[in-house]
Design a protein around this ligand. Structure first.
Ligand code: C2O
Ligand code: CU
Ligand code: CU
Length: 470
């Protein structure tokens, strides 16, 4: 007994579910949300935020939240150039917001902490999609409550198509499969534990994929595109396959790579996405796996999803050659450089989030170099209304899996990461956008800052404090 306590006290127990799963449950695929087409061609989508119960574990009903259902939300799909509009009804009984993570849009449509949707109200954002194809997502962003609202189940995927992306497998649910990966800690009666005393908040020991516990999937095509979203509050995953098979990485968070890159493993921290194309032979069996990375937010080893290939497969040609026709994001010669210091205290530049303070004013439509330096603990960094390319990590090129267009990047303890950020074109001196750590407890603790995108040349005229209207 003493020995057991001693071990638990001084070394971190490796967390694992390997050997525990039977892969009994068919992977759920979130439904595609059908829009109504308005007279002017706008695709009009309706979402309702609601509470409910979900049976993740057999014979146990878990209290959860979801959009148009009890857990997660439907997948939204639209093309570059589409006009989209939403009715988002909040039936949660408390205030929330819905943020479009990865979307370039007017700041007032962003769904960050300022665009609150009160209980019983409906929010109606609209914009024109004007960015390259990407796997984006939506989730609440109420300041101080983001971790709880996302953890209870409010999240969904938002796929943007363009001419480039249609060259890849695109038949949703058949050879184009969303995989939303989230760790959960269940109480003995099957409820989601919200105890979050640790540095990173709740780190679960069970992993759900698309809200499915113990999942398997049958594929029927020789080339399958998987869109992976790390929708966890804090845990990072080192994705790979149990048989060591390689695959083609085809996209990072904010769009397609210039060409596919063959690899066996890659890391996604919370909020990050990647698209991969995996080849299968008839009858293949493999397990999507997460390898132990030894850092706090990636500690542990997990089986995530068993994949079985049918005995006859629809043949499709392997992916080669050019994917994206969009130029990589380059810094102009005279690019402005801004520095961001992330610390153990969950602050950025020694400040905690203040809803009324403007931390940075950026000319709309420009590119800047942002240097992010992590002085303690583990963090990542996400910028709203922007896409960026990672220039270097500790002066070295980033790993091959994070060289494309991104909007969120892992910042290891002690690391200095430089990114070149391409900001959205919409100027709005009244409505701030966010940059923050996407470990949701850190974000809620105040590890977030606000920036304005303004007409170039007007930076010095803009007040650094927002009006208090109370
Ligand atoms: Cu995914 Cu500011 O958020
Ligand atoms: Cu975001
Ligand atoms: Cu953090």
């Amino acid at each position: 007994m003493l020995l057991v306590f001693g071990l638990a006290g001084c070394s971190k127990e490796p967390v694992t579910n390997v050997g525990k799963l039977n892969f009994d449950n068919l992977l759920k695929i979130p439904q595609l949300l059908e829009p109504e087409i308005d007279a002017d061609g706008t695709k009009h989508f309706s979402l309702t935020m609601q509470s409910g119960t979900t049976e993740f574990l057999s014979d146990k009903m878990t209290d959860t939240w979801g959009f148009n259902g009890s857990y997660l939300g439907p997948t939204i799909r639209a093309s570059r150039g589409d006009k989209v509009a939403f009715d988002i009804e909040n039936n949660l009984g408390e205030t929330s917001t819905v943020h479009w993570h990865g979307m370039k849009l007017p700041a007032v449509m962003d769904g960050g902490p300022h665009q609150m949707i009160e209980a019983g109200e409906t929010w109606t954002p609209y914009w024109t999609i004007d960015q390259p194809s990407a796997t984006t997502w939506y989730h609440p962003h109420l300041h101080g409550k983001t971790a709880q609202h996302v953890y209870r189940g409010l999240a969904g995927m938002f796929i943007i198509d363009d001419e480039d992306s249609k060259k890849l497998p695109s038949n949703y649910g058949v050879d184009d499969i969303p995989l939303i990966v989230q760790d959960k800690l269940f109480t003995s009666d099957g409820q989601l534990s919200e105890s979050d005393e640790g540095t990173f908040g709740t780190l679960g020991d069970e992993i759900l994929v698309n809200g499915t516990y113990d999942p398997y999937l049958e594929v029927t095509s020789s080339q399958v595109r998987f869109r992976l979203l790390n929708g966890s509050n804090a845990r990072a995953y080192h994705f790979g396959f149990s048989d060591g098979r390689s695959f083609q990485l085809v996209a990072n968070d904010a769009g397609l790579l210039e060409e596919p890159v063959k690899m066996e493993r890659f890391l996604l921290s919370p909020g990050e996405r990647a698209e991969i194309v995996v080849g299968f032979e008839p009858g293949d069996e493999t397990i999507l796996h997460s390898y132990d990375g030894n850092a706090g937010i990636e500690n542990g080893e997990f089986d995530l999803l068993k994949i079985v290939a049918a005995s006859t497969l629809t043949e499709s040609t392997p992916i080669t050659g050019q994917l994206s026709s969009v130029q990589p994001i380059e810094a102009p010669k005279d690019a402005k450089v801004r520095q961001f210091k992330m610390t153990m205290q969950n602050q950025i530049n020694d400040k905690s989030m203040d809803m009324y303070r403007i931390d940075e004013v950026v000319p709309a439509g420009t590119r800047e170099i942002w240097e992010i330096h992590n002085f303690g603990s583990e963090h990542n960094f996400h910028v709203h209304n922007a896409a960026f390319r990672v220039l270097d990590i500790n002066d070295k090129l980033p790993p091959e899996y994070e060289r494309g267009r991104k909007d969120t990047v892992y910042i290891p303890n002690g690391a200095k990461v430089r990114i070149v950020v391409e900001f959205g074109d919409y100027a709005d001196p009244k409505h701030p956008l966010m940059y923050h750590c996407h470990l949701l407890k850190h974000e809620d603790d105040g590890m977030m800052g606000q920036f304005l995108l303004v007409e170039p040349g007007t930076e010095s005229e803009v007040p650094r404090e927002l009006p208090h209207n109370d």
